[in-house]
Design a protein around this ligand. Structure first.
Ligand SMILES: Cc1ncc(COP(=O)(O)O)c(C=O)c1O
Length: 504
């Protein structure tokens, strides 16, 4: 493809996406396809001859779009939101266009330095402790990882390596293998599935401590678990706390967890993948409590800021610990400035060697919206969730399951799990809105999350009308079914009543 054709194709693709967003409300949020729909329509071999971009773009509309679940639709209310915005898309186009790798400073100085800048901007926007900033010139700093899962896995592996070094120094008679076999970590049973997976991948078993009705994991629970494990000869290495858990957006008590972690040399990581955005708002300033005790922290701008997937901000208090745990040296990676300045070689802070120029989309989006625009982006989603919460409270057939938090409302139909599950099934089959359910202590509940590129009040009203109308239909069908079941009994009762009247 030559540059002129690229210009035409690229412009047509941008128009295609702009049209997609302008019409997104006209599509059912869930696609109407069956498994295998695409595989059965595409050739089994890659085409031998070149094809025209016009044909390819036409097929995107004809074959790909019908199989999309529209995550950016304002009628998508499942999981947690995935950020997206025009400026971020343009930033990603530019980054893809440059096609650079930023695994070392020399491999693309702009990548590394822009990443340092935007990570510091974000840390200041959240008012994080100064030791997380590159500009503080201490050992701390921020990096953009691909996902929260990756950031947590890295935290688990660093904690593991640090614990092995620490114990080996204190008890040289123990072999590394013996130490590794005794390591243990902690999180709550409300933490995201990726935390448990990080324990599996990182060969460090994580105990998922069961929390009570408050769903908050705190220092008392951690201290108890640690005491039990120390008595068994285990070595506590990491605690992963959550700020905004996936099921109900509950917040762990970072301050009290921090106290226990400090007492036992436990690495404290905070997963703030979704709700970390609250740190940008002074009305949520209390959530910053305890962050000065944290060793590492992740937040996903690709969830609650207008930044496209993938983009996970990760800050570490002491990057030397990461670097000494993961550094692998090769001559072909050396350059004359390495180790000569405060500039990190980000490849040591992550799993892959290669790294995308993710900072570009962040920089473009942050500059386009400005800090106030970003705050309003977060607040709009909170306001819309409040609107939905009011609807739930006003309808006596429903109850809130948990306190609303950020853009998430957890609710259920009064009267048992089956009704909520059946309601969700009907909503999903109807495809107008999309939610998922979760369970806590045997009770199912529905999760309504404000998502989409540009959600509006009318979208919340649309969702609520759909929920109400599906529930009304469900309840009236239940009534009819109940009448049918009871009908023979009622007929018998009626006849015997008639007989008794005659006898009198
Ligand atoms: C609290 C929390 N942590 C971690 C994750 C996983 O995020 P990622 O897909 O970036 O790995 C999620 C996903 O929704 C989440 O809600």
């Amino acid at each position: 493809m030559d540059a002129d054709t690229f210009r035409e194709f690229g412009k047509a693709a941008v128009d295609f996406i702009a049209d997609y967003y302008e019409n997104i409300r006209n599509c059912d949020v869930l696609p109407s396809v069956e498994p295998g729909y695409l595989i059965n329509q595409l050739p089994k071999e890659l085409p031998e001859n070149p094809q025209k971009w016009q044909e390819i773009l036409k097929d995107v509309g004809k074959l790909i779009v019908p199989g999309l679940t529209h995550w950016q639709s304002p009628n998508f209310h499942a999981y947690y939101s995935i950020g997206c915005s025009y400026p971020s898309i343009v930033g990603d186009i530019l980054a893809n266009g440059f096609g650079v790798m930023g695994f070392s400073w020399i491999s693309s100085p702009a990548s590394t330095e822009l990443e340092m800048v935007v990570m510091d901007w974000l840390a200041k926007f959240f008012k994080l402790p100064a030791h997380f900033l590159h500009s503080t010139k201490g050992p701390g700093g921020g990096i953009i990882q691909g996902s929260a899962s990756e950031a947590i896995l890295i935290a688990v592996m660093v904690a593991r390596e640090q614990a092995v070094r620490r114990v080996k120094a204190a008890q040289p008679e123990l072999s590394e293998g013996e130490i590794r076999a005794r390591l243990v970590g902690y999180s709550s049973d409300q933490s995201n599935c990726c935390v448990e997976k990080a324990g599996i991948l990182g060969a460090l078993p994580l105990r998922l401590v069961a929390v009570d009705e408050s769903r908050v994991f705190n220092g008392t629970q951690l201290a108890k678990a640690v005491k039990e494990d120390l008595a068994k000869g285990l070595i506590p290495a990491i605690c992963v706390a959550t700020m905004g858990a996936t099921d109900t957006c509950s917040y762990d008590d970072i301050e009290s967890l921090g106290t226990v972690c400090e007492a036992h040399n436990i690495w404290l990581h905070v997963d703030a993948a979704y709700a970390g955005c609250a740190l940008a708002l002074d009305e949520y300033a209390h959530l910053r409590q305890g962050l000065d005790r944290v060793d590492s922290l992740n937040y996903n701008p690709h969830k609650t800021l207008p930044i496209n997937f993938e983009c996970t901000a990760m800050w570490v208090r002491d990057s030397h610990k990461i670097v000494e745990s993961f550094t692998v040296k090769r001559m072909y990676l050396q350059h004359k400035y390495e180790g000569q300045s405060d500039i990190p070689e980000f490849r040591h802070w992550q799993i892959p060697l290669g790294r995308r120029f993710r900072a570009l989309k962040v920089w473009v989006a942050f500059r386009t919206l400005g800090a106030e625009g970003l705050r309003e982006y977060i607040r709009l989603r909170i306001r819309l969730a409040e609107r939905f919460e009011q609807y739930v409270l006003a309808d006596s057939r429903f109850e809130l399951f948990a306190k609303r938090a950020m853009g998430l409302v957890c609710f259920r139909v009064k009267g048992g799990n089956e009704l909520s599950t059946e309601l969700l099934k009907r909503l999903t089959d109807h495809k107008k809105i999309y939610m998922v359910q979760a369970i806590f202590q045997g009770k199912n509940f529905l999760r309504f999350v404000v998502c989409g590129v540009e959600p509006k009040e009318c979208d919340i009203d649309f969702a609520w009308q759909e929920i109400q109308s599906q529930l009304s239909q469900l309840l009236s069908e239940h009534e009819v079914a109940k009448l049918k079941v009871n009908a023979p009994e009622e007929k018998k009762a009626e006849e015997s009543h008639k007989k008794s009247v005659k006898v009198q």
